[in-house]
Design a protein around this ligand. Structure first.
Ligand code: HT7
Ligand code: ZN
Length: 883
């Protein structure tokens, strides 16, 4: 397969000013008539008479019916068609092309292009799906205005939607009807969308800050009509937030969201017509957990925010993906922080980053936030582009401060509205608006790998100075061995012996400043001296996780415990706890591997107890603070000094949980009782916090696995009036081999057998169960009538959860987990290569495991690589993993 390189980017030879599309949608096949108004691009290399570039339109999986140029049929010698394109070797400088094609959406299982999901038609065009709908220059720097007419049977498809404004509609004599849409904003074809179906519509309005009323519409299957109110409120919150925070107002008169069950990702920001995975729209207290509700807020906001960061200002090429995704994730993170709890949001985002992005950056798929080459762009919708990309924006925000950051955003829109631009354009606007030099900062977009920052300290009791000396090092990644020093903002505080913060005065400054200071590292080694420090402090470095780096601060256990008790920065307080827990668990793992019985650390138990019973703190924060790092994160930490042994990690973590539960049983009982909520279910931050702390305590108590603990879990499961509590009890019970477990799983199925989204939870619970027969259970569930390999949510819920969230079982030394995954990759690749590649990526870290598992994984990777007709998607992942 072909590798595409950023350095080979050339502007398009032709531009498209207008697109008129007519779709005749039928169950048997669909006819698409596309009329394109094209002209040569003045900015492209002109060539001479002999080398003038041809007009090449991308297209695949379609039958060409006819091509007319300027109203006349093209002679066969005037164009060529192959499996991937339609080419006019020598077209005039300006032309209209009328291209008619036939496609088979009912056969399309890849879920890109036009396809059917549960009896409706829908589309997914990002990144390169439009070429499966009609011939077109399928690249984001070709922006056009569209009109779209949809024709379909009225009784089956009463709702016909596309981007922009509905401008006309009518009836045909044969029972069909038609609707015409016009999108006045020029857009790349990846933002095109259509939907046809029989759908319920929830209606509302939003008055913008300039006084315009926007019609809001959420379309769902009729049976889900009572599950879209929360999504509507989420949309209104997001619209108000973007006006208030960035001054950004919605531009069309209609904003539509459609929920579909078969979808490869979370949602898609098509102009004026977002298409969503139904998981991020549908919610009711009895069907959705607190996390589901907050994910709905997050994803609805994310897609809405794309209207400016992605749609109005779009990408010059796909290498710039993080320009829209990193920035939009940053925006949705800020939104969630404002409507929930800022520290808790930061903690959960960093958890994700460390559990998934850090490993990606240390593995075979490591790539810079702006990748420089790809085989399939779909493989680069990664945690690096999204989450690390958001961290990079967050660092700019931190370096500039909120006011200059806002000025930078304003300048970016002022300069680039309506354009397809690059990351340089964004960072340039930030630099120009603030007067800051961000030249070195651009390395964050070009260098892969997680930098390691080491901090050494020295206190001078005579001069009362405190010096922090930092060194930075970025490890080699497959794309580059040598890395240059980066511009890294490190937020620092110094904690006094009484637990308060010292005011901070850097050498050369006249007066002390705030108690948290951002030090900007630029060199491989650098020192900063604070003056007037009356006593030796405990340093609190990287407050708020001010940069996506690994910090080696060389603090003693006593210092880390002190920060766990006192750090005024909630993120660093939480992080101190995680450092302690990880160290204790990995030490126990080493004991287990050495055949010694593990011994618990009393000082840790005391520190844990103090935090557990801290009534002054936000309960959601305490819940995070008493949650141990998960097995995936612990495996990553183990891999930094050793080969991963999933058995030892699992046993050690269980040992620590059970010891804490036994030692602090009464305290967990108190916390559990204190945080029971007797009032009606609400999704506000206080109620969610109470539930999460209550359920964290329940998890420890359940870990005791006594008959009383099991009985209590079963009655909590039975009595729950909301899905958060149901799932909490069921999850804990699912790890305990007992009759109640089986009964609860069966009851859950009986109650929810008709709700496909809730059934995803049923599959996930069983896939995540830490029991030795889970690999066999997952194998059986693949044949369950409610499972469908064609539905990505089901594949993620069962196979994805098993492989990524249940490492102990997935890495069973029998190899059955590996064989199961490889079988699913092989099956998926025949019809949905995008999801197949995602699943294949679960083998990425095989080299980090002890030899038995490593060889078993390698054998499965080789088996996949040898499959006949392997897709480019899977080939790219597997060949990099094996390299
Ligand atoms: N921008 C959207 C990306 C997306 C996508 C990409 C590849 C294949 C299918 C997809 N569905 C949606 C999602 C987002 O970041 O908002
Ligand atoms: Zn996005």
């Amino acid at each position: 397969p072909n590798m595409i390189h950023l350095k080979d980017y050339r502007p398009p030879a032709f531009l498209v000013d207008f697109v008129d599309l007519v779709f005749e949608l039928k169950e048997t096949d669909t006819r698409v008539k596309s009329t394109l108004t094209l002209r040569r691009n003045p900015a492209a290399a002109p060539g001479d008479a002999a080398t003038r570039p041809p007009l090449v339109l991308d297209g695949r999986d379609m039958a060409l019916v006819s091509v007319l140029m300027d109203g006349r049929p093209l002679a066969t010698e005037d164009f060529q068609v192959d499996e991937r394109s339609l080419t006019l070797p020598d077209p005039p400088d300006a032309l209209t092309l009328e291209i008619t094609t036939r496609i088979q959406p009912q056969e399309n299982r890849s879920l890109e292009g036009l396809y059917r999901s549960d009896g409706m038609f829908c589309t997914q065009c990002e990144a390169e799906g439009f070429r499966k709908i009609t011939y077109f220059p399928d690249r984001p720097d070709v922006m056009a205005a569209y009109t779209v007419t949809l024709i379909a049977d009225r009784s089956k498809y009463p709702v016909l939607l596309s981007n922009g404004n509905r401008v006309d509609a009518g009836e045909l004599s044969d029972g069909r009807h038609w609707v015409k849409w016009e999108d006045p904003f020029k857009k790349p074809c990846y933002l095109f969308a259509l939907v046809a179906g029989d759908l319920f519509c929830l209606k509302d309005t939003f008055r913008t800050k300039s006084g315009r009323d926007v019609r809001l519409r959420i379309y769902v299957e009729h049976e889900n009509r009572d599950k879209c109110d929360y999504a509507m409120q989420a949309l209104k919150k997001a619209m108000a937030w973007d006006e208030k925070t960035f001054g950004l107002e919605y531009d069309l008169d209609d904003y539509m969201i459609v929920a579909v069950n078969d979808f490869n990702m979370g949602a898609m920001e098509n102009k004026g017509l977002n298409i969503f995975n139904s998981k991020f729209v549908l919610a009711r207290q009895d069907t959705a957990t607190d996390t589901d509700f907050w994910n709905i807020d997050r994803v609805i906001a994310h897609e809405y925010f794309h209207n400016w960061t992605g749609n109005r200002v779009t990408l010059r090429n796909w290498f710039q993906l993080s320009l829209k995704e990193g920035l939009t994730v940053f925006r949705d993170q800020e939104f969630t922080a404002d409507i929930t709890s800022r520290p808790v949001k930061r903690i959960s985002d960093v958890r994700t980053l460390r559990s998934f992005q850090f490993p990606e950056d240390a593995g075979p798929m490591a790539h810079p936030v702006r990748p420089s080459a790809y085989i399939k762009m779909d493989n680069f919708y990664t945690v690096t582009v999204y989450e690390k990309g958001a961290e990079v924006i967050r660092m700019i925000h931190r370096i500039l401060g909120p006011e200059d950051f806002r000025k930078g955003m304003d300048l970016y829109f002022e300069r680039h509205d309506g354009q397809a631009v690059t990351i340089e354009d964004f960072v340039g606007a930030m630099a120009d608006a603030s007067g800051r030099d961000l030249g070195q900062f651009m390395l964050w977009y070009a260098q892969a790998g997680t930098p390691v920052v080491t901090a050494a300290r020295a206190y001078d009791p005579v001069r009362k100075t405190y010096t922090l000396t930092f060194s930075q090092f970025c490890p080699p990644t497959p794309d580059a061995a040598e890395k240059a020093p980066m511009h890294i903002p490190v937020a620092v505080g110094l904690i006094a012996p009484d637990g308060g913060d010292f005011p901070l005065q850097l050498s050369g400054e006249k007066t002390p400043g705030p108690t948290t200071r951002v030090l900007e590292l630029r060199k491989a080694d650098e020192s900063f001296t604070f003056v007037n420090v009356p006593a030796p402090p405990v340093p609190s470095i990287l407050r708020g996780f001010s940069a996506p780096v690994k910090l080696r601060a060389g603090c003693s256990d006593a210092e880390v415990r002190f920060r766990f008790a006192h750090d005024s920065d909630p993120f660093n307080r939480w992080d101190a706890g995680q450092t302690l827990f990880a160290k204790v668990i990995l030490e126990r793992a080493a004991e287990i591997r050495a055949g010694r019985p593990p011994v618990m650390d009393d000082a840790l138990v005391a520190a844990f107890r103090q935090t557990l019973l801290d009534e002054t703190e936000d309960r959601a924060f305490i819940a995070h603070a008493v949650t141990l790092p998960g097995e995936p994160e612990l495996a990553t930490l183990m891999s930094e000094s050793d080969l991963i042994d999933p058995d030892a990690v699992h046993q050690a973590r269980r040992f620590v949980i059970q010891t804490l539960a036994q030692t602090l049983r009464d305290d967990f009982e108190t916390v559990f009782e204190r945080n029971r909520d007797t009032g009606p279910y609400r999704v506000d931050p206080v109620s969610v916090g109470r539930r999460s702390l209550k359920n964290a305590a329940l998890a420890y108590l359940g870990g005791l696995e006594t008959p009383e603990a099991i009985q209590r879990l079963f009655s909590e499961f039975e009595a729950a009036d909301n899905m958060t509590d149901t799932m909490a009890a069921l999850t804990i019970l699912s790890h305990i081999p007992c009759d109640e477990r089986i009964q609860a799983i069966d009851r859950f199925y009986e109650r929810w057998r008709h709700d496909v989204l809730v059934l995803d939870k049923w599959f996930s619970i069983q896939a995540a169960a830490q029991l030795s027969d889970t690999p066999a259970t997952v194998r059986k569930l693949l044949d369950h009538p409610a499972f469908s390999i064609r539905n990505p949510n089901k594949v993620r819920a069962l196979v994805g959860v098993f492989c990524s969230l249940n490492p102990w079982c997935f890495h069973s030394p029998t190899g059955e987990g590996y064989a199961l995954l490889a079988d699913q990759v092989a099956a998926l690749d025949g019809f949905n290569p995008m999801i197949a590649a995602r699943m294949a990526g679960m083998f990425n870290h095989w080299k980090k495991y002890e030899p038995v598992r490593r060889n078993l994984m390698k054998a499965q990777l080789e088996r996949i690589k040898a499959l006949p007709n392997l897709s480019g998607n899977v080939y790219e992942i597997v060949s990099k993993a094996l390299a």
